[in-house]
Design a protein around this ligand. Sequence first.
Ligand code: SF4
Ligand code: SF4
Length: 373
Amino acid sequence: MDIPTVAVATLATQYKRNLFHKIDEMFSLFEMDKRIPRRGFAAVKLHFGEEGNTTFVRPIFLRRVVENLKEIGARPFLTDTCTLYVGERSNAVEHLALAARHGFVPPVVDAPVIIADGIRGNSYREIPIEGKHIESAFIAREIVEADAVIGVTHFKAHELSGIGGTLKNIGMGCAARKGKLAQHSNVAPKVKRKRCVGCKTCVGVCAFHAITMAEGKAYIDPERCAGCGECITACPQKAIQIQWNETIPVFQEKLAEYAKAALVGKMSSSLFFNFVWEISAICDCNPHSGAPIAPGVGIVASTDPVAVDQASVDLVRQPPREVREALRLPYEVLEDPFLKEYPKTDWTIHLSHAERIGLGSRRYKLVNVDAPD
Ligand code: SF4
Ligand code: SF4
């Protein structure tokens, strides 16, 4: 395998060379005009941010990505999927309303905003994959339909994957609700009897007839449950809960396998950006952001989804001299801020597994787009 290129554009900018110019240069560097088919649909996969969160990638950057895609003749759309947990992003209607409140509307981003797995998160295609854990993955239909995936990720820490980078954005973020549940759990959701008021809403939404009522409370038959996650969001009492029982190594390996499934047929047409600043301890699914846990670096991009995550960690921890000087960083090596935040969560697990299953490389060649020619 050739060693992939990773490009870094630091936060150090000049009058005629701002971050937008640097995004343009990254599109040129990776020759995206040759990678994305003309008139191809490009799914720009991002996270619109939970209500109250402020660290999601700002719409003005998405606009520049969209402009570059249009420039090369592609047809971009901005997209994310419904969440597994109950909240504003668990269905397309409220998710789109929240995205609009955060500025992701066509007049700003110059592209349509589409929720890739339908109004209830159950629109998917089953993608066969011979993984260690996954035989077939449930990938959001509009991601499968797209010709290219452009990942735009806010890079931060994450309690289950250690880092929340490109692999997390693509692996979890391109899965329909059923696929998200499959990554988090290997058992059916459970009814919290104390909370259940016996309204039977869940019985009506379960297409698999897995829910029955007993003594005025709902009961899920694990033998019948297909793990679609529909009842979790349907319950008005939040009485049906995910059993977060997957161990961290298995979760991370499943995540890598889902990322591979989401990119089937698209590896040669995709590009992945990590926005490495406002590096929070928690993901943008939270209704707040918290203080950064490490200094910001800039934008990191690659056509390799593994290399871009590895390089993002390396740039945070041990930036090369020119990056350090450009950013006026007072250290040469920083203690791993991700491991420091979550000592029991080794982020290398999903990167190593992704490398093992042929999704990319942890070795890379770094190109600094700030450096003079
Ligand atoms: S929807 Fe919730 S409250 Fe209503 S019966 Fe089902 S579990 Fe109980
Ligand atoms: S997760 Fe889906 S299949 Fe399982 S009980 Fe809930 S609605 Fe039914």
